[in-house]
Design a protein around this ligand. Sequence first.
Ligand code: GDP
Ligand code: MN
Length: 398
Amino acid sequence: MKIHEYQARELIATANIPVPHGAMVTTVDEAVEAAERLLGDNPPVIVVKAQVHAGGRGKAGFVKVVKTVDEVREAATFMLGNRMVSPQTPPEGLPVDRLLVAEGVDIEREIYLAITTDRARRTNTLIASAEGGVEIEQVAEERPEAILKVPMHPIDGLSDYQARELAFALGLKGKQVRQFVAIAGNLSELFVRSDASLAEINPLVITPASEQYPDGQVIAIDAKFNFDDNAMFRQQAIAELFDPTEEDPDELRARNAGLSFVALEGNIGCLVNGAGLAMSTMDIIKLHGGDPANFLDVGGDASQEAVTEAFCIILGEKGVKGVLVNIFGGIMQCDRIARAIVSAAEEVGFEVPLVVRLEGTNVEAARAVLAEAQGRMPTMSTAIDLEDAAKQVCAAVA
Ligand code: GDP
Ligand code: MN
């Protein structure tokens, strides 16, 4: 699960990571009011930032660093009135409904700091770079040695000495080191405590020297978090941050029906039970020259209603030219799937070719159900095994 930057900033603030004040707004007038309030504190600059679940906002023109209320109005009008297109959005971009208006800071240096799980090492790992900011992807690609990695101990977490070594490796000096060590420690504890799968601060900046901070202040000016969906049952406060308007509507619909669904680019809709079987079904479609339109796992024991919902979602996807059903009935009874296929056909009407491969528990009963319905479902055919099914559906959409 993803959250917005303004939510992530509140989260890190509660973990004692310094971050400038700001307010989330949904209209130009609110943006102007927020800016007027913030300007009372005399910040060097104000930032206006689109709140969408995608990065690359800076380069897309959806992070504006400004000085006056008029500029805030202009930036807010632009962002709320245009879709944001970046390498991290779909080609048509994303609508912007929320903005963050925040106190800005003067920047001496930008550092990258993140934590994620390194699956190869099986540990949570700090990732940092002295070259943070909007070019971090390019740095990672062209000069991977500029990206530092520090594994966290599974029980003890991040040690102070590790954070100190990292601070020195990033070129931090004097009082910056202690500030960085506190931030890295707080972020690592927050990561574990909140069941995060990604915690990223890019950039973590160093401000110019001031009276209060003679070596500059180390402060976060952007934050991004992803969380483990499987942990949301014990993370109620985080779960409440969920913003359904940022989700793909079909993925949301599937989630509400207890299905796991991911929309893809191809034209063959797939309805499968079990994630492993779904993956191999996609592979075999590719092997025979086809292109899956989605990944859909109805689970080991989906209800007839859930299966019907799954069909409705697949058939509602634009670009679906054929559907492959691949069910192995272990816990799932094949006749239940067969009845769901027929009821979905009656509900939404199949016009595209439908290839069905069923195997396992109650398969004979299932075949009888399909045979009985064949007359009403002229585009349906059955397959003898997975390979046959893949060949049939690929031929049907070619
Ligand atoms: P992203 O591009 O979506 O990751 O958005 P960021 O919040 O990271 O902002 C992008 C860039 O805008 C940063 O790397 C900074 O260079 C600049 N920026 C953001 N906030 C401020 C600020 O408060 N002051 C200054 N001077 N620049 C900022
Ligand atoms: Mn950023």
